[in-house]
Design a protein around this ligand. Sequence first.
Ligand SMILES: [Zn+2]
Length: 228
Amino acid sequence: MCGACGRAQQGFYDRSLRRVRDLSCGGLRILLAIEVRRLACRSCRAVKRERLDFLVDNPRYTKRFAFYVGKRCGSATIKDIADELELDWHTVKELEKQYMRERLRRAGTPGPKVIGIDEISIRQGHTYRIVVSELIRRRPIWFGGADRSEASMDEFFKGLGARKSAGIRLAVMDMWKPFRNSTQRNAAQASVLFDKFHVVRHLGDALDKVRKAEYARLSGSGGCHRPP
Ligand SMILES: [Zn+2]
């Protein structure tokens, strides 16, 4: 499987033996000898290293070794760790960064506290989609549904998950009953405010962007309408 894009394909381009640093054992440095294959990825159109889930981005270290280094960085200086593990300073710094990235990824993004729900019409007004925006950061966070029904609105809360839905404090929307019903069922603690015109108006620019992108997608890649 391609380490860059994840495409799976048969056969390989070449292989080589690589020494990979793993957790020390009894004060001894442990190096694993691993055969690493490369493949000529048809998606990347380039020769790429295969994906090995136990290695970090830098293929000379295992994940558990990187995590050990990252954790130690919480209580010791980079120089001390470098001396202890016989690594150079930049390597320790890089492994710590990967450890922090992984921790952020596992923690996930914080849920929205204040959301705005709006419908937009596409295809000359015959079709609707729902746009949910995070009003504090003023950005759209969800675009979807098949129409403006309660079931379509439920999709947003389903994607967000029960825990983050429970963190929503305020939902701003127009007086469209399906939006209100769905919100009250999926985020019962949230206050509902009907004030489309005052609060949601500043999102006009963001909505326009989404609308234009959707138009472009629906009218094909060319984007021009030829006469029949
Ligand atoms: Zn690839």
